[in-house]
Write a protein of this length. Structure first.
Length: 248
């Protein structure tokens, strides 16, 4: 059987929602219930209706335009961090050589040096794995805040954030993406923890294979969520005064 050609970074970060269906939950995680029951009840009990023909008037000046753009700009700032971190981790994995695996548990004083150089000094495997786990925790925290505080508010009017049966395109769209991304992150995190326990089993190629399986849906989601929050879409559901009160 011919060997599978490894994915490149460019392929791994090409946005695609098709990957959403390809990812499978490979852990005993209970992420399907990550949104608390109270959050789900709050979302479904609120009036989710919106006027299909409603569109807010255009901004009268640049100040109002910035207010309309606030949600998408702030979300994109967070998402840019995740895009950059993903690419950095991929590139760093290409520099971790087998000879350095013996230094897996070295002290963390190399941490700052590794961040500054993105190289692979002695002990860099320990540092590298710490960075990988930090990436998981940051993404989980970001999604947790969204699902607890932001999505329930937006779901009152915007179907993309609504919890419930997928009765039409867009319903629960971003929550579904979260679930699939975290399924991939579980596999990613499990592999890193296994490598921490058995350094000699660590394979940069295997890590990149896992990253490549979740990269397209992650990058699709990072773009799509920002698009959903852009002014032209918000105007279909909100007035400017309402947008000013939205959490972000």
């Amino acid at each position: 059987m011919a060997a599978t050609t490894p994915l490149t970074l460019a392929q791994a970060i090409t946005p695609s929602r098709e990957a959403c269906n390809a990812l499978k939950v490979n852990s005993n995680s209970s992420r399907s219930t990550r949104m608390s029951k109270s959050s789900r009840s709050r979302t479904n009990d609120d009036d989710n209706s919106s006027c299909s023909d409603f569109v807010s008037p255009p901004p009268r000046n640049s100040t109002e335009q910035r207010e309309w753009d606030r949600m998408s700009i702030r979300m994109n700032m967070f998402h840019t961090h995740f895009r950059q971190t993903f690419a950095n981790v991929w590139r760093m994995s290409e520099k971790v050589s087998p000879d350095e695996l013996q230094d897996f548990l070295d002290y963390a004083e190399e941490f700052v040096r590794s961040l500054l150089t993105l190289g692979a000094p002695a002990g860099s495997t320990t540092i590298f794995i710490s960075i990988l786990l930090a990436q998981v925790h940051h993404l989980e925290g970001h999604h947790g805040i969204e699902e607890r505080y932001i999505f329930p508010v937006l779901a009152k009017k915007m179907p993309e954030f609504r919890v419930g049966p997928l009765s039409d395109r867009g319903m629960e769209e971003h929550l579904e993406e979260h679930e699939q991304i975290h399924a991939g992150m579980d596999r990613y995190q499990d592999y890193i923890r296994a490598a921490r326990a058995t350094p000699t089993a660590f394979s940069p190629e295997k890590l990149r294979e896992i990253m490549g399986s979740m990269g397209p849906i992650l990058f699709y989601h990072l773009d799509a969520e920002v698009e959903t929050l852009k002014a032209d879409n918000l105007k279909r559901y909100y007035t400017l005064d309402e947008v000013r009160r939205l959490p972000m």
